[in-house]
Design a protein around this ligand. Structure first.
Ligand SMILES: Cc1cc2nc3c(=O)[nH]c(=O)nc-3n(C[C@H](O)[C@H](O)[C@H](O)COP(=O)(O)OP(=O)(O)OC[C@H]3O[C@@H](n4cnc5c(N)ncnc54)[C@H](O)[C@@H]3O)c2cc1C
Length: 373
């Protein structure tokens, strides 16, 4: 297998994501055809170990795939990135059966961390777990779950069963009795990603579905989820920036003023904005892949870079897509230029937990010698 094998696999499904993206955004429907293509492509098991049938790749490959996907369909990119984030936990703590199903493309998973009570403070779930006859009873008000009605499982946080600590993580099959997905998602951006609240009222799962130690949820979140999640969110932001920049370059290079006989690119202001978009995108992407290298090599500043890469790519994606709207003028409001969807989709990157403002606080604490969490 070559280093770019995963990118070759992605190229086979890229036309399906591209073809469906506008319809998914318009209808707000889950991108079923795109996600079925993803599941059937071999990429569902991208970061699954080879001994369960996966491709055995790490965060770099996951970032590269979601970055490519985000250039075509933001909703699909977010669904894929949540699947990889859940898979990272299941690979480390899950049973062989579910790991094999993921590697075979028969199982889509996602994260269910955010709650009505703790909101974006994912490290402090208010939902509960208690031992009952036949297993563990979960009661929860989850506030956002990507792929809520379509995932096969949720990687779910609760307060601990009996141990000390802030949380415990569970594998919860979506079709567990007494779990109800509430409403439909009608969002500003990422409109097809089926991010809905869900309520568990006495939902019972086997105790063997625990992922990691009882009370060890924070360690799972910080050590297993946060690095790959933040890097992938950076990759999604990078994909939005590249898509917006390329669409803008295309627009200003072929649109002009008949009475002047020129194109938009003949205006120095327009060229300067395009240059700023490219500079910002490339600077953010360079930091992102430096974060990935820091993670891979265990560099001393790896955690700092992990915190930075989501903040920088998320925030810069909002700036670059805003510039795209400005440069493309009134035409930017129309869907055919292709920048307004990236503008809307990119807003989510700053509010996905850890949010940009939380990351600024964490980074500031780290830099001034305070405890981050
Ligand atoms: C499209 C989409 C998909 C999602 N998918 C999932 C999913 O699959 N799984 C999942 O678990 N969650 C998911 N989420 C939820 C997401 O991770 C956040 O938890 C959620 O967006 C936070 O929104 P809130 O209104 O609860 O924020 P709040 O917690 O109410 O925050 C409001 C504001 O306060 C700021 N703030 C809060 N704390 C601090 C602080 N300490 N310092 C500085 N500022 C602070 C925040 O930055 C924000 O600006 C999704 C969200 C979106 C938008």
């Amino acid at each position: 297998m070559t280093d770019s094998h995963h990118l070759e696999l992605f190229q086979k499904i890229a036309p399906i994501l591209k073809e469906n993206a506008i319809g998914v955004d318009a209808s707000g429907e889950f991108p079923r055809a795109s996600i079925d293509a993803f599941l059937g492509s071999g990429l569902a098991g991208l970061i699954s170990a080879t001994d369960v049938g996966g491709l055995g790749q790490g965060p770099r490959a996951a970032v590269e795939i979601v970055e490519q996907a985000a250039q075509l369909c933001g909703s699909s990119a977010m669904i894929i990135q949540m699947h990889y984030a859940g898979t990272a936990v299941l690979e480390k703590f899950g049973q062989e059966g579910v790991r094999k199903e993921i590697a075979a493309g028969k199982h889509l998973t996602t994260l269910a961390f955010s709650e009505r009570g703790s909101r974006s403070h994912f490290w402090a779930p208010q939902s509960t777990a208690k031992k009952v006859d036949g297993g563990v009873q979960l009661d929860a008000h989850k506030s956002w779950i990507t792929s809520a009605s379509h995932a096969d499982s949720y990687v779910w946080s609760s307060q601990p069963l009996s141990a000390e600590g802030m949380s415990t993580i569970w594998l919860v099959p979506r079709k567990t009795d007494n779990i109800e997905v509430l409403g439909t998602f009608d969002g500003l951006g990422l409109r097809g990603n089926d991010s809905q609240p869900a309520k568990a009222t006495g939902a019972v799962i086997p105790e063997g579905n625990r992922l990691g130690e009882d009370g060890g949820g924070l360690a799972v979140m910080l050590e297993t989820v946060l690095p790959i999640f933040n890097a992938m969110m950076g990759g999604v932001g990078s994909g939005f920036m590249q898509a917006a920049t390329n669409a803008t370059i295309g627009h200003v290079s072929k649109t002009g003023y008949a009475h002047l006989g020129n194109e938009l690119r003949d205006l120095p202001t327009i060229r300067a904005y395009v240059a700023r978009m490219k500079n910002k995108s490339d600077a953010a992407r360079t930091l992102l892949f430096d974060a990935v290298t820091a993670m891979e090599t265990g560099r001393e500043d790896a955690m700092l870079r992990v915190l930075q890469c989501k903040a920088v790519c998320g925030e810069t994606a909002t700036e670059v897509t805003e510039l795209a709207m400005r440069v493309c003028g009134g035409m930017a409001f129309r869907k055919d230029v292709g920048v307004e969807r990236t503008f809307r989709d990119a807003r989510a990157g700053t509010v996905m937990a850890p949010t940009t403002d939380q990351l600024y606080d964490f980074i500031g604490k780290a830099l001034t010698g305070m405890d981050v969490f």
